[in-house]
Structures are given as C-alpha cells and as structure tokens.
Design a protein around this ligand. Structure first.
Ligand code: LCS
Length: 395
C-alpha cells in the first residue's frame, strides 16, 4: 500500500507489508515454503551473492514471506528495516553476538526475561564479555555503570516480571554519549503501545511469540532498525549463525499480527479493571500495573507509552503458599508461562520463567518468591474478576 508510513497504527497493522504474490494476486500472502531459489544463470547467482542484483538466494538469507513480515513490523515500529528470527531469544543472542566481543561490557536491566540475562552470565562470559545487570529504572545507576568498554545497553521496559519502567530517552543519551548502542526489548508493549525509536533507541527487539502473534501457537522473534549500518552488521551475524525464522512460522505470525491492535486494546481495558480490583482486595499485598497511580513510574508510563498494556504482577497474603492457592484454583485463566496471547495466562516467575536466575539476583531485582505474574487476555473482564475472586477467597 502507498504511503503506509503516514497512516495510523490501526491501519498499519492491517495493511503494512507488501503482498509479494504477483502471480495470482492472492490476497493472503503466500507461504514460500522453499529452502532455495533458482538462478536464471551462473552470472545471476554470482551477482546475487555479491549483492549486485536484488533477489532471493537461500531461505536462511531471506525469503519473500519473511520479508513481508519484516516490512510490516518495521513500519509499525517507525523503523526502516527488520530481521525476523526463530525465537525471541535468537533475536536477543543475535544482538549480543553483533555488538559484544571479548573485553566488551554490557549494561542490562536486572529484572529482565531470565534467559536474556543468564545467556550473558553463563555463555557470553566464557568468551570474555563483562556485564552489569542493574536497576535501569534508576538512571543514576545507569550513569554510574558505564565504562569505557561499554558497547551495549540492553533494557526491558516494562520489565519482566516486575513491571518496572526504564526511561528510554535518558538511556539513549547515556549510550550515545559513550559510543554504545541502546537495544530495547519491547515485547511487553508491542508496537501498538510503545515505539522506542521515538525516544532515540537504536534497536528494538520483540519476542513475536507474545502479542505480535498473539495466538499462543508459534515461537518467533524480530529485530527492528532505523539505521542501515546497524542492520547490515546484524544481518551478517544472523545469516551466518543461522537463527533465521522459517517461512511457515513467519506466515503464522503475519496472520496473528493483523488483529494486534484489537487484541492489545481489549486486553489492556481488561487489565485496568483487574488491576483496580486486585488493588482494593484485602488478600492482595501489592499490585504493579503501570496504569495504577500507585505504580512508582506511572508518570513515565504516561509519557513514553501509549497505553498501560496488559501485564500485571501482584503478591497475595501468605507468600508462596498463598500464591500457589491462586494458581492451583484458576478456572478461566490458564496456569502456563508465556504471555500476550488472546487468553489469560498466570504463572510464578521465581519457580518458572525466572528460575534460571540465581536466588540472590532474583531477590535484588525485586522478583520475590510470592510474586505472581498475570497476562490478561481478551475474555470478559467480569468473568476474569470472578475467577480471581473465587481463588482469592480460598486463601
Ligand atoms: N523477551 C521477553 C520480554 C520475554 O518475555 C521472552 C519470553 C523473551 C524475550 C524470549 O522470547 P522467546 O524466545 O520465548 O520467543 N518470555 C517468556 C515468559 O515470560 N514466559 O515464557 C516465555
């Protein structure tokens, strides 16, 4: 579609990404389920490898179905290009592999999806990468953590699972004053609710497994750029180490993407209702949701986010035992990890998504043993509230 960049998000989500089917005019994008592409001549093959002629070569290096998805997400994030990956973690690892080397230093948010931190601590450290995972919601801590060898600042805002917020623009300034790159995991917001390029971030990453696909049936990730030099560096690394998405996987994500705006808006309406309900409940000790005035970063949320999202964390009376009572009694919500699907999912980070982090690091990051994380879905809000009510009454 012409001028898609000038359209609003609700239109972009439906139309962004060019339909590559020139043969039959199929309205749904075709799945180009092929590993390789025929050259018309040896000369043409050689030119494609040299980058002197456009066209596909081999699916690890690019595929029309994948390109449609990449174009759509790049548009939605106000970026210029994107690289889709086999999973969110493939996207995270690709950033690390591209921008870190022996002797380089990374600053990361201490509360972050467990493996995004653990892969640095356990694996990249073996290759001589130095790291500091700190409370990036405190900008003074970020300033203090910067070293001459800091190459990458990697933040998650809102953070998984503490729902703490980090000031993207302030981090971008710190990164750029020190010649470092700011990458941000935007999974919790999706491109509908937060567009970090508007706040000078350099790279945006999503686990597409979550809101972007939204149907709890596919794993995938993506990196978005608004700078060709950073994209080209990353592309070479991704294509050589091979964390590319498969065309069928890309197609499923594209199908889910088209309802992203509807899903995100309905889920966040529900989340505000549930957060308000939990906050006044006598069995609930505390609730973290950016849409609550009690959230310490509520003002920042209003500035850099277009909505408060649908991720809530809370703790009930009775610590871990109270939490288990809630999780073992849900009837409408599903006890499962992952998030951002059309259905409500509830889980326990300390024993599940963040169990790979060591206990002390979890505790420092505010991931208490009693913390329960809920990803609010698109059900009826009253039914969700009734479900939580019957669980809380059992504590
Ligand atoms: N970033 C965030 C913020 C995530 O929540 C996850 C997965 C990832 C990256 C990794 O993406 P994946 O490779 O799984 O596509 N988060 C999960 C969670 O909270 N529960 O299960 C998976």
């Amino acid at each position: 579609m012409k001028n898609i960049k000038s359209k609003r998000k609700d239109t972009q989500v439906i139309h962004a990404g060019t339909n590559p089917d020139k043969t039959y005019g199929s309205v749904a994008p075709p799945i180009y389920q092929t590993s390789t592409f025929k050259f018309d001549s040896a000369e043409q093959g050689a030119k494609r490898f040299l980058g002197e002629e456009p066209g596909y070569i081999y699916t690890r290096l690019g595929n029309p179905t994948t390109s449609t998805l990449q174009e759509a997400i790049a548009t939605l994030e106000n970026g210029t290009s994107a690289l889709a990956t086999a999973s969110g973690m493939a996207a995270v690892s690709t950033i690390y592999m591209t921008f870190l080397e022996a002797g380089a230093h990374i600053i990361g948010s201490e509360a972050i999806y467990g493996p995004s931190r653990v892969v640095i601590e356990n694996e990249f450290s073996r290759f001589g990468v130095e790291y500091d995972f700190i409370d990036t919601s405190d900008i003074e801590q970020v300033k203090k953590a910067v070293k001459p060898n800091t190459k990458l600042i990697f933040i998650e805002t809102p953070a998984n699972p503490t729902i703490k917020l980090t000031d993207i623009k302030a981090c971008a300034e710190i990164a750029h004053n020190n010649g470092a790159v700011l990458a941000i995991d935007n999974t919790f917001m999706s491109p509908i609710l937060q567009n970090p390029f508007d706040y000078d971030a350099d790279i945006i990453m999503h686990s597409m497994t979550k809101y972007i696909n939204g149907h709890t049936d596919v794993v995938g990730g993506i990196l978005v750029f608004n700078n060709d030099e950073l994209m080209q560096r990353t592309r070479k690394v991704l294509h050589n180490h091979g964390g590319t998405i498969d065309p069928s996987q890309a197609w499923l994500v594209l199908r889910g993407l088209r309802t992203l705006s509807l899903r995100v808006n309905k889920a966040q309406e529900n989340a505000q209702v549930i957060a308000n309900y939990l906050e006044q409940h006598p069995k609930v000790k505390w609730v973290r949701y950016p849409g609550l005035k009690s959230h310490p970063h509520h003002e920042l949320a209003k500035q850099q986010m277009k909505g408060f999202g649908s991720m809530i964390s809370f703790e009930v009376e009775g610590g871990i035992e109270g939490g288990k009572t809630v999780m073992n009694n849900v009837e409408l919500a599903t006890l499962a990890v992952s998030l951002g699907g059309f259905e409500t999912l509830i889980q326990h980070p300390a024993s599940m998504t963040h169990s790979s982090m060591n206990k002390q690091d979890r505790s420092n990051a505010g991931i208490t043993d009693g913390l329960i994380r809920i990803s609010i879905g698109c059900e009826d809000a009253q039914d969700l509230q009734d479900d939580l009510e019957q669980c809380l009454n059992k504590i």
